[in-house]
Write a protein that binds this ligand. Structure first.
Ligand code: F6R
Length: 645
């Protein structure tokens, strides 16, 4: 079984790139801004670095894939090679491996509005090609800086804000590179993760960070900077997490972390104990499939050592005192997308079992709603990446009211975990596929554990009920293994129905959010339109859509309250000729008589059926997308984490 004690840090960010050109300035006035996610990697080494840059970028491509570039520092010259397209295509044209250097930078870029040109691809340089910069972030005062630098005679060759940084460093360079970078950054407003090389300093690599992710890797006779850990994990597992407004000054044998104000910082070096292999596909056709199959171990890891002596205990990061949890009278979840669906499941669990009123808010809506919050409200943010802009903004909004905040997050050290008072980590390990799978089920596992903890503290359940809940979740990893064995039946459904243009997902109670999540998965990876509804809502409108070409997916595990009603809904769809795919509990005799396809999940507590039922729906979405030849790990228009509001 895999055990990840430290998790991907600062996975990814999308940043508004303002002001890439005059036309772009006009866009800003109309609130249309160009958007970028980028990945960066840098290395200074005793050996040639081209392979390390290429390998690093191939692991970072999930962050951006419309242009790539590298800079090789060799014999006092900066050799920059870049192009528009995916790494593989650009590499075919350029063949990055043929270039030599002992220090280098790599960058992959993604943008949604124009500006995808070779000139705008990174790295960028100053007037004399003596300073090279890669950047992920947004320089908010770029326009003033650009005017100021232009007046001094600086000539710009791209439309990016990044180039300003190279010129600003050039402008401040009076012999000492480190001083020039800190002087330049003291003028910069906005977010950045930067890698910087100087032609005249062949042994030096400088990195800097503010609100965009950047980590430092300490290697053997070589040192690295990167947007995330997996991109350099083949070379080192010794990682320093930079904080905002910190710089790192690297040679192949030394590292020094300082503030932008040049005050020296003492930083801990973390030993990461997941392997580089964990961050790769491990023989699966896609990361999404690998991550679906990793769910039994991801959940086992998430439970590991948290279930003890008939109770739940979280690590010290939890930091929310039991007395406070006893006193709260309301919980508000803030989240987006799949994490929002997890929150809806949490609402069901906590209200049903711990008897605390729960509200689930879209983070993007919550922050502008002037929420009514008091000291007895606990605000919980759920986020895989910990970098989603709307969720960060919602948390910040909640904190203005002085309430306690808790985050449920997969990425150690990410922004959300630093902002919130307490943290529970989902231990899903790196999730590379853009569509969230194992992050979701581990979020459900954490929410279930939190429900047990709250129920114990508030004495809403007796010892036996708590024991049953604990026994129930302990069974889940093994049960998931058997759900994965249903894959053949699921593939059959995909083969039969992949050409359908629409579908409906229906579930009730704890499985209503699963209907939403199943539909979202299908939309994201296959681009097939799908809608999720509470099953009983069908008769209030969506039933009009049902005909013989409409697949309807029912999530219908056995429960005491709604099972019979859902059977009725299945009949209604059947009567109208719809195609019925049902998720049912093992041993169910009724559903197979009515459904065209039945996929069985093992018996467990009803609350836990959600964790089992989502897996066939993830697989269904995956196989349909695969049949349609979609770009499953990097679906069009999507980014792994959305750091624009
Ligand atoms: C769906 C998906 C997105 C994210 C959402 C929030 O598969 O991945 O809907 O769930 O963008 O992201 P996090 O959880 O990183 O805050």
């Amino acid at each position: 079984m895999l055990y990840y004690s430290i998790h991907l840090t600062n996975i990814s960010k999308v940043h508004r790139k303002v002001g890439m050109a005059h036309w772009c300035t006009v866009f800003i006035k109309f609130n249309k801004v160009a958007i970028q996610v980028c990945g960066i990697v840098g290395v200074v080494s005793g050996k040639n670095i081209s392979e390390k840059l290429l390998n690093g970028l191939s692991n970072l491509e999930y962050r951006g894939y419309d242009s790539v570039g590298m800079c090789f520092l060799n014999n006092g010259q900066l050799n920059i090679k870049k192009g528009v397209g995916r790494l593989e295509e650009v590499n075919k044209r350029i063949n990055f491996l043929k270039f030599k250097g002992n220090a280098g930078l790599g960058h992959c870029r993604w943008s949604t509005h124009g500006g995808v040109t070779e000139k705008n691809a990174h790295p960028h340089t100053d007037c004399n090609n003596r300073i090279s910069v890669v950047h992920n972030g947004i320089i908010e005062n770029y326009s003033e800086l650009k005017d100021e630098l232009a007046k001094k005679g600086h000539k710009f060759s791209s439309q990016t804000d990044t180039e300003i940084i190279a010129h600003l460093i050039e402008d401040n360079l009076k012999g000492n590179a480190e001083e020039a970078v800190s002087a330049a950054l003291s003028r910069v407003e906005g977010s950045y993760a930067l890698g910087i090389l100087f032609a005249d300093e062949p042994e030096l690599l400088i990195g800097a960070k503010n609100e965009s992710p950047l980590i430092v890797g300490i290697g053997n006779n070589e040192n690295f900077i990167a947007s995330d850990v997996p991109s350099i994990l083949s070379y080192t597992n010794k990682i320093i997490y930079l904080e905002d407004k910190e710089m790192v000054v690297l040679t192949k044998n030394r590292h020094k972390v300082i503030g932008i104000d040049r005050k020296e910082k003492k930083k801990k070096i973390h030993a990461i104990n997941w392997s580089a292999e964990a961050a790769k596909k491990g023989g699966y056709k896609h990361f999404m499939l690998k991550e679906i199959y990793e769910q039994p171990s991801a959940i086992a890891d998430t439970l590991n050592e948290r279930l003890r002596n008939g109770s739940v205990s979280f690590e010290k990061e939890f930091r929310i005192p039991g007395d406070y949890l006893k006193s709260i009278n309301r919980i508000i979840f803030v989240a987006c997308g799949t994490s929002w669906h997890a929150a809806l499941t949490g609402e069901f669990m906590i209200e049903e079992l711990a008897r605390i009123p729960v509200e689930v808010e879209y983070a993007s809506e919550f922050r502008y709603r002037h929420p009514i919050l008091d000291k007895k409200t606990l605000v919980i943010a759920i986020s895989q990446s910990g970098e989603t802009a709307d969720t960060i903004a919602a948390l910040k909004e909640a904190k203005k009211y002085g309430v306690q905040t808790l985050s449920i997050c997969n990425v150690m050290g990410s922004s959300i975990t630093r902002i919130s008072d307490g943290v529970i980590y989902t231990r899903a390990g790196p999730e590379i596929g853009v569509a969230s799978t194992k992050a979701f089920t581990t979020q459900l596992a954490v929410l279930y554990l939190l429900t047990i903890l709250l129920s114990k503290i508030r004495k809403t359940l007796n010892e036996k009920q708590v024991r049953d809940m604990i026994n129930g979740i302990r069974k889940v990893p093994l049960q998931l293994q058997s759900v994965l064995e249903e894959d053949k039946e699921i593939l059959k459904c995909a083969e039969l129905y992949y050409s359908k243009l629409n579908s409906i997902y229906l579930g009730r109670g704890v499985n209503f959010p699963i209907a939403l999540e199943g539909a979202l998965k299908l939309k994201e990876v296959s681009y097939v339109h799908a809608e999720g509804y509470p099953a009983a809502e069908m008769k209030h409108g969506p039933i009009a859509l049902i005909d013989k070409s409409m697949p309807v997916v029912f999530i219908a595990p056995h429960d005491v309250y709604t099972y019979k009603k859902v059977l009725g809904n299945i009949e209604e769809v059947k009567a109208r000729g719809g195609i019925i795919i049902a998720i049912a509990t093992e041993g169910d005799k009724e559903i197979p008589k009515k459904a065209d396809h039945t996929i069985f999940i093992p018996k467990n507590l009803y609350t836990l059926s959600s964790m089992l039922a989502i897996v066939p729906l993830q697989l269904l979405a995956y196989h349909i997308a695969d049949k349609l030849g979609r770009d499953i790990d990097k679906p069009r228009n999507l980014a792994k984490s959305v750091v624009v509001e």
